[in-house]
Design a protein around this ligand. Sequence first.
Ligand SMILES: Nc1ncnc2c1ncn2[C@@H]1O[C@H](COP(=O)(O)OP(=O)(O)OP(=O)(O)O)[C@@H](O)[C@H]1O
Ligand SMILES: [Mg+2]
Length: 368
Amino acid sequence: MITTTDLTKVYRSRGREITALDGVDLHVREGEVYGVVGQSGAGKSTLIRCVNLLERPTSGTVTVAGQDLTALAGRGTRAGSALRKARTGIGMVFQHFNLLSSRTVRDNVELPLEILGVSGKQRTRKAQELLDLVGLADKAKAYPAQLSGGQKQRVGIARALAGDPKVLLSDEATSALDPETTRSILQLLRDLNRQLGLTVLLITHEMDVVKSICDSAALMRDGRIVESGAVAELLATPGSELARELFPVGGELPGTDRTVVDVTFHGEAATKPVISQLARTYNIDISILGAAMDTVGGRQVGRMRIELPGPFEENVVPIGFLREQGLQIEVASGAEAALRAANDGNPIKPANPIKPTEPTELTKEGAK
Ligand SMILES: Nc1ncnc2c1ncn2[C@@H]1O[C@H](COP(=O)(O)OP(=O)(O)OP(=O)(O)O)[C@@H](O)[C@H]1O
Ligand SMILES: [Mg+2]
């Protein structure tokens, strides 16, 4: 539904060049909710503004609903009429709502319809329908100043839907809201996604947002997408940074005489008593260093960081046992972690395994 190919954006200001986007290939499927996360300055807002050509990319292409927007863009900053038309199929929701304070709620929602040249009666009917859809039917005549933050964002969403878009873009739509209001706005976006088949591309810095409503996600850093995919698949990807952030297990990595294993439970595997079976079968003591249960992408997932006595070589069989139970296993310390890194194309060779850092003199002293 949304595809960007080798998208770059270079800002030039006061003789300096800032590469805000550095070859971004994004692919958002029709009907999904896609979240982009990343630190401040990673290029998230630039990316979303390039998707509807509010910002003109320096190079690369943007295709939305099969239409190459970069080809429609026209010259200069003025959008050509073809681009303006294409944009009506892309709604946008903003962090600070961007409502006009002198207009009533309904008039705010009517604004894009006025620009589209829709007649007065039709406009009013459509605006009323949209306000109904976002749960604000009774606020049509109120002014933005009379609304709560959550209500203002509902108006912002109704306005974004005025042109019957196929795609909704949202840049930090909930970051000015309290947690409870955030939840209700996210639920609204999810409902609209399901009811209207709306494809949603949203930007957030909150992992909870990704957890609660995104089907897919991408992590941006320094203008690049460094990881992306379906949330459920990311969780099943060894070494995934997004999975770790979505689902932190905590727990310190110990010295070389122990093996730390991160276990991820999905679906049926979550209900089996595997840890006690493991302890009994191999007669080993298992310590739980950290654990969490959560719903990610609408599915129950559990994660646990456990510690087995002895180095990795002594735990090959118990780890094999865990894998056989259909659990996803990632060895967080020891030789296998190094091997895995080598297999992923990392220059570290298996003959030269990563050793957890030696405790410093200070901590050794402290332990005495
Ligand atoms: N109009 C502009 N002129 C010059 N530099 C810009 C402009 N807009 C953004 N940048 C720079 O581009 C980079 C990416 O900015 P962007 O706003 O896309 O980041 P972001 O990921 O949305 O960050 P945040 O989470 O803080 O909103 C930053 O280094 C920023 O300073
Ligand atoms: Mg931003």
